[in-house]
Design a protein around this ligand. Structure first.
Ligand SMILES: Cc1cc2nc3c(=O)[nH]c(=O)nc-3n(C[C@H](O)[C@H](O)[C@H](O)COP(=O)(O)O)c2cc1C
Length: 199
């Protein structure tokens, strides 16, 4: 038997990504935690709330870096979970307890690394960093769908088996599962197109 559930949002398990963008007016870097992303070939598609500073920055031409979180940094992310880089905090966010934060990097103790293919900051604590630029923005009622094209992928040697292959046993992505932080630890088997390294 199944029950039909009526929910506004349904996060059945998505990787947590720390998106960095550049604020054109102030020149500062912004950091937006997101979980609504998917990838296909060289595209990464994002879902972003229209009030987010990260969205404003992309709309006016910022590139972006998708810093992929692993299990070790979930508590740092929680330090900025109710913060926005948008000085005009919308009323519905105030009701949820959000307030403005000028520097989320400092608050969460994340270290910035300079961008390589784009100018937005990489986060040293994230072992996978994807640099991208915006290809298309589709605005819906309360959110936007952003299509981006990957410019470069940077992977820490900590999780590499050799020059080009990721040791998948060393990578423990942070997963946002029904708003709980979780990770993946159990190996079940490989697809015929597996291209990384597994002992
Ligand atoms: C784990 C996690 C996942 C989130 N996923 C998204 C998301 O996919 N899209 C989105 O717009 N906001 C998401 N949020 C909420 C934003 O991070 C939040 O609205 C934040 O204030 C935006 O920051 P900004 O205004 O500085 O860009 C998420 C928050 C957390 C903690």
């Amino acid at each position: 038997m199944y029950k039909q559930l009526n929910k506004n949002s349904f996060y059945y398990g998505f990787p947590v990504v720390l998106m960095t963008t550049r604020n054109k007016d102030t020149g500062s870097d912004d950091l937006t935690p997101i979980s609504s992303t998917w990838t296909l070939d060289r595209s990464v598609v994002l879902g972003l709330g229209l009030d987010n500073q990260g969205f404003h920055n992309l709309k006016v031409g910022s590139d972006l870096t998708l810093n992929i979180a692993d299990q070790s940094i979930w508590e740092q992310i929680e330090k900025i979970d109710k913060k926005t880089g948008n000085p005009t905090v919308p009323e519905y966010k105030k009701q949820l307890g959000y307030d403005y934060c000028e520097n989320k990097f400092r608050l969460a103790k994340f270290s910035k690394l300079a961008g390589i293919s784009v100018s937005t900051a990489r986060i040293a604590e994230c072992l996978i960093q994807i640099e991208a630029c915006v290809t298309d923005i589709m605005v819906r009622k309360n959110y936007a769908i952003i299509e981006t094209t990957v410019q470069a992928i940077h992977v820490s040697e900590e999780i590499l088996a050799d020059e080009t292959h990721i040791d998948v046993e060393k990578w423990h992505p942070l997963i946002y599962k029904f708003r709980e932080y979780a990770t993946t630890d159990k190996h079940l088997g490989k697809n015929f197109r597996f291209q990384e390294f597994l002992k």
